[in-house]
Ligand binder design. Structure first.
Ligand code: XBP
Ligand code: MG
Length: 252
């Protein structure tokens, strides 16, 4: 029987709703700091999210004519300032964890399940979120923090998941990915992983065909019931996603 041995967590949109009020705001701050006449609205940012990675997203906006042409060197500089702005926003404690994230992390940690991070975001941005939203002790509780340019191809490529699993020495068959976007789900799927998706305002209309479970949030058992968008294993009692549900997915 296959057991749940490892949980691999996406960051942006999964641990916390960082995109609209975190990354987007930080990009706009960096554009202003650099004297670039461009502001990404909530709607525009939704379109740009189809490209993962901040530097890649800026380049994409330039290529589609949204932002004036700047050199690759300038993009790297701009993105470094964006990361700095993002760290400041996170340090202000603006972005809480999504519901159920801390509960699931703590339950899994106490159960001895290996925990890891597989994200497209920059390591410094990830570190800020762990320090200010999760807590310093989590730096030691994750077996790997796989992030950003550590692999050449970002999600939806499987590289970051594969890298994380090699680093941790875990078996894909015992590993479950937690994601929020179609790019993330495709990345996990291509790495041979089962996947639970927790959608948000930017991703609820995306395609998650074949994902193991798709929910509005992980939720809390003593709060309002979550919305279940897809439940291909027919899991019961889904008013909130629990560690038992994640275990049940692995034995299917
Ligand atoms: C989300 C992303 C990232 C962030 C910005 O990745 O696509 O690009 O929006 O991060 P994930 P950087 O959901 O896999 O965590 O600007 O630091 O690249
Ligand atoms: Mg994400």
């Amino acid at each position: 029987m296959i057991r749940l041995g490892c949980l691999l967590w996406d960051v942006d949109g999964t641990l916390a709703d960082t995109e609209r009020d975190g990354h987007r705001v930080a990009f706009n701050m960096s554009f202003e700091n650099a004297g670039i006449d461009r502001e990404w609205s909530v709607e525009t940012y939704g379109e740009l999210l189809k490209v993962t990675g901040g530097k890649e997203r800026i380049r994409f906006d330039i290529e589609r004519g949204g932002m004036a042409l700047i050199s690759d060197e300038k993009i790297v500089e701009l993105h470094a300032d964006k990361t700095h702005c993002y760290q400041q926003l996170i340090a202000e404690g603006r972005i809480p964890l999504r519901t159920g994230v801390r509960r699931l992390l703590e339950d899994a940690y106490e159960a001895g399940i290996t925990l890891g991070i597989a994200t497209t975001t920059t390591p410094a941005a990830l570190d800020a979120l762990i320090e200010h939203s999760l807590g310093m002790e989590w730096f030691d509780r994750f077996a790997v923090l796989a992030a950003g340019d550590i692999v050449p191809a970002k999600k939806p490529a499987p590289d970051i998941y594969e890298y994380a699993m090699i680093q941790m020495g875990v078996d894909p068959a015992q590993t479950l990915a937690l994601e929020d976007s179609t790019n993330g789900w495709k990345s996990a799927q291509a790495a041979g992983l089962k996947c639970v998706v927790t959608v948000n305002d930017y991703t609820h209309n995306q395609d998650f065909d074949g994902a193991d479970l798709v929910v509005s949030e992980f939720g809390e058992p003593d709060q309002h019931a979550i919305e279940v968008l897809s439940n291909r294993h027919g899991l019961k009692d889904l008013s909130a996603v629990t560690l038992d549900h994640l275990r049940a997915i692995m034995v299917q």
